[in-house]
Design a protein around this ligand. Structure first.
Ligand code: N2P
Length: 382
C-alpha cells in the first residue's frame, strides 16, 4: 500500500440499499455538564463519542488550544445514542452516530445542517467517500466522517490453534455460525456485540441472504441461526470484549476491527502472553462509517465547529488512527499513519476483501421493532 486507495471503499459503500439498523443499549453516562447553561459558547463543549475511539491526547490538546472545557461522554452502541437523541434536549454539542443511524436521525429532524464555511479543513475529506456518504446523508448536509472500520471476528490465536490445529478457520464465519465449531470455544469465552443492527445482518449475509433484507421471513432465518449458537455465547456486550480478549477471559468475539486490534496491543503491553488477532471473514462483513454531527439544540456551536475542524487536521486524524487502529477519512493524514497500521490488511482491507464488505442501510420502523424483539428473545433465551 502506501498510498490512499479509496476506490475499494467506494465499491463497498456503493452497495448501500435502503435502510437497515436495529435497537439496543449501554455505556457510560455522558458528563453533559454545561448542558443546562443557556449561554452560547460558555467555554464548554459537550461531546458524546464511542468508547475506546479517540487518541488520548486529542481532547486535552484541543482544550489547551481552544481554552475550552470538554465534557466527554462515551457510549458503545448506536441504539443508546439514538435513544438519547430522539428523547431531545440531550445537551450534546457533537455526537458520533454510524452513517445508517445518522441517516434516519436526519429524517427525524435531530441535527442541524452544517455550515461548511466554518470548517476550513472540510476540503481535506476524501471526495469519493463523501459521495458515497451522500447516499444516506443527501448533499452531505449533516455529517462529517470521523473514522471507519469493519465488523468481524476477534480471537485468541492459541485457543483457536489448540481447538482446530491452526487459525485458518477464523477466516470464515463458519467459526461462529457452525455449532460444532463455536462449541469448541465455549469454555474459553464467546462474546457477541450487543447490537442487533449489525449482528443480524451478519447472520443474514452468512446465509446468502440480503443483509439489509426487510422481509420478516428472511430476518427470521438470521434469528434462527443466532438461536442455534446461543448456547455457546457467554456474553452480549459492545465494549467489554476489548479487555476480555486482552486478558484471555474471552477467546472468540464478533467485534469491531480497531477494538480487537486495541485488545491485541493491550495484551502485548501487559506482556501476558495472550495473542489476539482480527479477521474479516471471507463471506463478507459490514463496513461502517461513524459520523460527527451537531444536534439541533446544541448550545456551544462555535466550540462544536472548532472541535470538528480540529479533528479534521491531517496530523490529528493520523494520531487518532495510530492510537485506535481505525482508518480515517482524511487522505493527507496517510503519510503520518504508522506503516504497521497503513499496511495492515485487517485495517485497510485490500480490494479483494473490500469487494466483500457490505454497508448497512436505514431500516424502516417496523423492521427495527422486529430486530428489537428478536434480539430480546435471543438474549433472554426465548
Ligand atoms: C469504538 C467502536 C466504534 C465502531 N469502540 C463502531 N461503529
Amino acid at each position: 500500500m502506501g498510498t490512499w486507495t479509496p476506490k475499494w471503499l467506494c465499491v463497498a459503500l456503493a452497495a448501500v440499499v435502503l435502510g437497515a439498523c436495529g435497537k439496543k443499549e449501554e455505556a457510560a453516562a455522558p458528563a453533559a455538564g454545561g448542558a443546562t447553561a443557556a449561554a452560547t459558547d460558555a467555554g464548554t463543549l459537550n461531546v458524546y463519542n464511542w468508547s475506546d475511539y479517540i487518541a488520548e491526547d486529542i481532547v486535552p490538546n484541543f482544550e489547551r488550544e481552544r481554552g475550552a472545557k470538554v465534557n466527554y461522554g462515551v457510549f458503545d452502541s448506536n441504539e443508546v445514542l439514538e435513544a438519547k437523541l430522539l428523547a431531545g434536549a440531550s445537551g450534546f454539542d457533537v455526537v458520533v452516530p454510524s452513517l445508517q443511524f445518522l441517516g434516519r436521525q436526519i429524517q427525524a429532524g435531530v441535527f442541524q445542517p452544517l455550515d461548511k464555511s466554518r470548517l476550513k479543513n472540510y476540503a481535506g475529506l476524501d471526495p469519493e467517500l463523501m459521495k458515497r456518504i451522500a447516499i444516506q446523508d443527501p448533499g452531505n448536509q449533516y455529517g462529517i466522517p470521523y473514522l471507519w472500520g469493519t465488523t468481524g471476528i476477534g480471537y485468541n490465536v492459541d485457543k483457536v490453534t489448540a481447538a482446530f490445529g491452526d487459525t485458518a478457520i477464523a477466516g470464515s464465519w463458519d467459526l461462529v455460525f457452525k455449532p460444532e465449531n463455536i462449541a469448541k470455544l465455549k469454555d474459553c469465552g464467546v462474546m457477541l456485540l450487543d447490537t442487533p443492527s449489525e449482528v443480524l445482518p451478519i447472520a443474514l449475509n452468512y446465509l446468502g441472504e440480503d443483509p439489509n433484507s426487510t422481509d420478516p421471513a428472511v430476518i427470521q432465518k438470521g434469528a434462527d441461526l443466532l438461536q442455534s449458537i446461543r448456547p455457546y455465547v457467554q456474553t452480549f456486550h459492545s465494549s467489554q470484549y476489548i479487555d476480555a480478549l486482552a486478558n484471555g477471559s474471552a477467546c472468540l468475539v464478533i467485534g469491531w476491527s480497531g477494538d480487537v486490534l486495541q485488545a491485541r496491543d493491550r495484551a502485548v503491553e501487559a506482556d501476558n502472553g495472550v495473542k489476539v488477532a482480527y479477521s474479516i471473514p471471507k463471506e463478507g462483513a459490514p463496513i461502517f462509517v461513524d459520523m460527527l454531527a451537531i444536534p439541533k439544540d446544541a448550545k456551544n456551536l462555535d466550540n462544536a465547529y472548532a472541535f470538528i475542524d480540529y479533528i479534521l487536521r491531517p496530523e490529528v486524524e493520523a494520531a487518532n488512527s495510530n492510537y485506535v487502529s481505525y482508518p480515517n477519512p482524511v487522505p493527507a493524514s496517510l503519510p503520518l499513519v504508522d506503516e504497521a497500521i497503513r499496511n495492515d490488511p485487517t485495517i485497510y482491507p485490500p480490494p479483494e476483501t473490500a469487494a466483500k464488505l457490505f454497508t448497512l442501510a436505514i431500516i424502516p420502523p417496523e423492521v427495527d421493532r422486529l430486530y428489537t424483539r428478536l434480539w430480546t428473545e435471543l438474549k433472554t433465551g426465548r
